[in-house]
Design a protein around this ligand. Structure first.
Ligand code: UVW
Length: 359
């Protein structure tokens, strides 16, 4: 299988350019693991400048070898009637697990993202009619696909090729450029309306259980960890099929709302090794109990969110973040039907919503 896996060291350096300065500072300036020191921030910026000057050597990853040059649906193309019928075989006891979290202002949020719900005046309207109906509406202001339980779409992540700022060389899934995608009214290509609803086989790797404790900031999940989890959970590697979804429990989700500072300070997660494993397997989606699924900071300090780039941008594989596997783990249910229909908001970068696992 053509994994189009990014292996060249220079390529890896160049990939770091795609992340904006704030995010790079986040990784290089000591936010990870604790306090932000202004001096360190400046050092981080200087370092980022060096990385930005690395020569550009990235092999184009488009057109997609399976779905062609005009495809905008990526790995959601795996959702076929055959996949649904295969998935149904995993439903044995009819139990439904909510694996998404409750949305509320108190939840940890990345960077300057916000979540504000208001009901100005209550009730919003009424009484109307002889039956005196009263009603409530709410106003919500948030990065709708990028707060709380969030599903990263294909327009969320790209890579700057060529010179910094060259919008013809900011590339997304299937080589779509910044000039083709950008609009203040929503992405003109790769918006969430292009993504097909998911009804697929899900596999959960409880890496926290393998480690015997909550994983820590910067701790990478390896393929060996996945194999240890499969052995412990009585699962076969060959059972992860093309178009399936894979999820990683790190234990870090226990910090949700209880210790937002630590939760936001970085995270355990998968690195480029497991990303390659996912690409080779041809999964449709990754997901975790963390805000990025991937290890932050990356063990290679020059890189910022390289797994996002490998999966989403180059291979069209989606990513579901801030999930909650508590119920599944309590019941020792590691394989299930995973059902999620992203909100088809035209031009959105991602989706909120309520994914479920059915066993
Ligand atoms: C980034 O936006 C890089 O991360 P996330 O998808 O985790 O929000």
């Amino acid at each position: 299988m053509d994994s189009r896996y990014l292996q060249d060291k220079e390529e890896l350096k160049q990939a770091a350019q795609a992340i904006d300065e704030d995010r790079r500072n986040f990784l290089t300036a000591g936010l990870v693991g604790g306090a932000v020191a202004a001096g360190t921030l400046m050092a981080g910026a200087a370092h980022a400048q060096q990385v930005a000057q690395a020569p550009a050597v990235i092999t184009p990853w488009w057109p997609h070898p399976k779905w062609g040059k005009d495809d905008q649906a990526g790995a959601s193309n795996y959702m076929t009637p055959a996949k649904v019928l295969d998935t149904v075989k995993l439903i044995k006891d009819g139990k439904v697990y909510r694996v998404g979290r409750v949305y509320e202002n108190a939840m940890p949020k990345f960077g300057e993202r916000v979540f504000v719900l208001r009901i100005p005046g209550s009730p919003t309207g009424g009484p109307v009619g002889a039956n005196k109906l009263i009603y409530h509406d709410e106003f919500l202001s948030t990065e709708i696909g990028q707060t709380g339980t969030q599903f990263d779409g294909l327009g969320h992540i790209g890579i700057q090729l060529g010179k910094d700022g060259d919008q013809n060389e900011m590339r997304y899934y299937n080589g779509v450029t910044q000039l083709e995608i950008a609009s203040p009214y929503g992405l003109k290509k790769l918006g969430m309306e292009q993504c097909k609803p998911f009804f697929t086989r899900g596999h959960l790797f409880d890496v926290e259980a393998v480690k015997g404790k909550m994983m820590d900031v910067g701790e990478e999940i390896t393929v060996a960890d996945l194999r240890a989890a499969m052995q412990k959970q009585n699962m076969q590697e060959a059972d992860v099929k093309e178009g399936d979804a894979v999820f990683f429990n790190t234990g870090f989700g226990k910090l949700w709302i209880k210790n937002n500072d630590k939760f936001n300070s970085g995270e355990p997660g998968i690195g480029l090794e497991v990303a390659k494993w996912c690409i080779d397997k041809g999964v449709c989606m990754t997901g975790a109990d963390t805000w990025a699924t991937e290890v932050v900071p990356n063990p290679n300090k020059d890189l910022a969110f390289p797994v996002h780039q490998e999966l989403i941008c180059k291979n069209g594989i989606y990513n579901h973040e801030n999930l909650d596997f508590t119920g599944l783990i309590a019941d020792r249910k590691y394989q299930f039907a995973y059902i999620f229909s992203p909100a088809p908001i035209k031009g959105a970068t991602g989706s909120n919503g309520g994914p479920i696992a059915v066993t």
